[in-house]
Design a protein around this ligand. Structure first.
Ligand SMILES: [Zn+2]
Ligand SMILES: [Zn+2]
Length: 711
């Protein structure tokens, strides 16, 4: 019988350079071909980790998934990163690296930034300051110190290049140096806490006070490690501090921004609805909800940024009501529209996912506005794979917004809106059972009765398909969907496990306090699916797209690197983009609107009259399903005749094999012509789109409810 169980959670990143370690499937699925230095890792242990073995009295468990019980982190480092630290002046040893690990633990899960290059992790300045290279007499040293003097934007560009271009080891070493330098700053002694309760003597009668925040720079951003309220006359400008004046008797609420290592900014809301400017750096991070705050609450610890975070977490919990909406942290870059309400689908049989440790249990949400640049979005793109969606992009006229898991994957599909078209029905489709669940896959209907669906083609007609509407029953037809809400940390196997909506009530509708429900299923009438979906090679996952081959003004094509059936490098034609005469856009295959401007234009109206699209496919054995002979798209060409030509396109065989064994399909441009492209990771199929329809009936998901989210 074990008396003491010590539970550790294995950190999936190198503690020094913070790069993902290559032994974690799911976190870095694409890094199976990691270099030798990346695989050369060792556990960094402090002396307190060693537990004397005493019969079977004590047990150490190192878990890979966050345990439900109290646990400590178990950290690893690359050998190269440890070596560079150990070669610093004073040769810091493993014990010190362990201390660094403990002090630079993030309070937010690292993946909360999604797919963003971590350029701020490395710095030229810290490489110079570490003293590891002679800046006077070596070329490398003088290069580094000159880089350190460049404008920050330029430095980030260079570091981004260093990180992404197979120089990852250089980046890792620079990041390791930076982490170690940051730790020295963290150890800076804090002045003793002199604050007496309620402030200095006589402070009770003071109205105008100085809020002074002590700042510290950690890994390229400044954090607060102490906040003081002082009478204005006792304030002296001090380096490393930022201050502002506040009328204490008028303060009603407080808002704060949370960064990776602590609080980065605060501001106050006054009784006359005015808001103070931000104190600190509010540019990037996560904001909590506005919390009640008066002069009763002005005591803050000055003992470091961790204690300060704990105090803010307390304030947040203190003001929570029983019936209050779900508390979340919002990404600061996404300001919600005023007057709306936010909802999140909660699949309550799902296992819990990783959450910020200091603000336990709070989902971290990002908001994607459906109106951008003053107009309704032009298009929406999602990256879909067999079990879910990994990335969503909203395209405006000139800008775009996106959310993504740390490594997006899947087949991109874009839905183009026509002017005046808007989403009226929005929800999530799930399929499978508890053992093999898939989804949620977003589906929406527009006011023009068009359906946008981002999921496997087969899922909609699956008997296990379930539906959750993201518009609660009581707002049905009484609101406008103005945004999507994505829980950034609710990720399993690289896809988003839940989403939500932001709705603004229509004019004249009064906001109620009903708890939101989503009680109906969904009925859809869709064009029948291509027959090829029944074939084994297309069964597990395929995406079907259709387009009219008529009234075409411009055609673009997307290519991607691929392997042919003999495993030789080749190109695969993966998507087609049609601009029609009425301004509408349709795409076939895989398409991401962000790539449209880079896609090759293969036809312009001025070139002549388009009469035919010719698809050429190569045939071979499916790489996974060997029994299947499948084809992939190796070329797409067009037949164009001069505008003045009277010549009619002559009838030809609709399909044939060439001498080289390629399968060629001719599709004639005609008013009734509509074709379907069935796309999978490994193969393609082109055929005429079905003319008959199929009706799908999705019943309500019984293990999911809608939750109102605090804004
Ligand atoms: Zn490392
Ligand atoms: Zn001050």
């Amino acid at each position: 019988m074990a008396n003491n169980i010590f539970v550790y959670l294995a950190e999936p990143h190198c503690v020094l350079c913070r790069a993902a370690l290559p032994f974690y499937p799911g976190i870095n699925v694409f890094r199976v071909n990691a270099s030798a230095w990346e695989k050369d890792i060792f556990p960094v242990v402090g002396t307190n980790v060693f537990v004397t073995y005493n019969g079977s009295q004590e047990v150490i468990i190192v878990a890979r998934d966050r345990p439900n019980i109290k646990h400590r982190p178990f950290v690893f480092a690359h050998q190269v990163c440890a070596k560079v630290i150990e070669s610093l002046p004073g040769s810091p040893g493993h014990r010190e690296i362990y201390n660094v690990a403990m002090q630079t633990q993030e309070i937010l899960p690292r993946d909360c930034w999604g797919e963003e290059p971590p350029t701020n992790l490395a710095s030229f300045l810290s490489a110079v300051q570490s003293g590891i290279v002679d800046t006077e007499n070596t070329e490398l040293g003088s290069c580094l110190s000159r880089c350190a003097q460049l404008p920050p934007e330029l430095q980030y560009r260079i570091l981004g290049y260093v990180q992404s271009n197979k120089n990852a080891v250089v980046f890792s070493l620079m990041a390791a140096l930076q982490t170690f330098t940051a730790r020295r700053l963290l150890l800076m002694p804090a002045p003793p806490n002199q604050l007496t309760p309620g402030g200095p003597p006589g402070f009770d009668y003071v109205d105008t006070a100085h809020v002074c925040a002590s700042l510290i720079d950690v890994l390229g951003r400044s954090y607060m490690w102490g906040i003081e309220f002082l009478p204005t006359q006792s304030h002296r400008p001090t380096p490393g501090k930022e201050c502002m004046e506040v009328r204490l008797n008028s303060v009603r609420h407080m808002e704060f921004i949370l960064g990776m290592f602590g609080i980065t900014a605060i501001r106050f809301l006054m009784d006359d609805d005015s808001i103070t400017p931000w104190l600190g750096d509010a540019r990037k991070g996560w904001r909590g909800k506005v919390v009640g705050f008066t002069r009763e609450h002005i005591q803050f610890p000055r003992s470091g940024q961790r204690d300060l975070v704990r105090r803010f977490a307390e304030l947040l919990v203190q003001t929570a009501r029983q019936d209050a909406p779900l508390n979340v942290l919002w990404d600061t870059s996404s300001r919600l529209l005023e007057g709306g309400e936010s909802f999140l689908a909660h699949y309550y049989t799902d296992p819990p996912c990783s959450r910020p440790s200091a603000f336990l249990g709070l989902p971290m949400c990002r908001y994607l506005p459906l109106r951008l640049d003053g107009h309704y979005m032009r298009a929406i793109t999602m990256y879909v794979f067999d079990i879910g969606v990994s990335c969503i992009v909203v395209h405006g006229k000139t800008s775009y917004r996106w959310v993504s898991v740390p490594l997006r994957k899947g087949v991109a599909r874009t839905f183009y809106f026509t002017p005046g078209e808007e989403i009226t029905t929005l929800g999530l489709v799930s399929v499978g059972d508890r053992i093999r669940p898939a989804g949620p896959f977003p589906l929406f209907k527009t006011n023009l009765n068009r359906v946008g669906y981002f999921g496997p083609a087969a899922a909609l007609v699956d008997s296990t398909a379930r539906w959750v509407s993201l518009i609660p029953d009581h707002l049905d037809r009484k609101c406008t969907v103005t945004g999507l809400v994505v829980d950034q940390m609710s990720i399993f196997f690289g896809f988003f496990k839940t989403m939500g909506s932001h709705c603004v009530l229509n004019e004249g509708v009064v906001a109620g306090h009903e708890s939101p429900t989503s009680s109906s299923g969904l009925h859809l009438t869709l064009p029948d699916r291509p027959r090829v979906l029944r074939r084994l090679g297309f069964t597990p996952f395929s995406v079907v797209s259709t387009a009219r081959l008529y009234d075409i003004k411009q055609v673009r094509v997307l290519l991607k690197d691929a392997r042919d059936f003999g495993n030789n490098r080749s190109f695969r034609y993966c998507g087609l983009w049609f601009l029609h005469g009425d301004g509408s856009v349709e795409t076939l295959g895989s398409w991401d609107e962000s790539l449209t401007k880079f896609a090759k234009v293969i036809y312009n109206e001025a070139d002549g009259r388009l009469t035919r699209v010719i698809f050429r496919l190569k045939e071979g054995r499916h790489p996974c399903v060997w029994a299947e002979v499948v084809r992939y798209m190796s070329d797409i060409s067009l037949r164009v005749v001069p505008h003045e030509s009277e010549e009619e396109d002559t009838e030809e065989e609709p399909w044939m094999f060439t001498e080289a064994g390629d399968y060629v399909i001719h599709c004639k441009i005609a008013s009734s012509k509509k074709i379907a492209w069935t796309f999978t990771d490994a193969c393609d199929d082109i055929q005429d789109a079905a003319t008959d329809t199929v009706s799908c009936s999705l019943s309500r998901h019984t293990e999911c409810n809608l939750v109102r989210v605090e804004q």
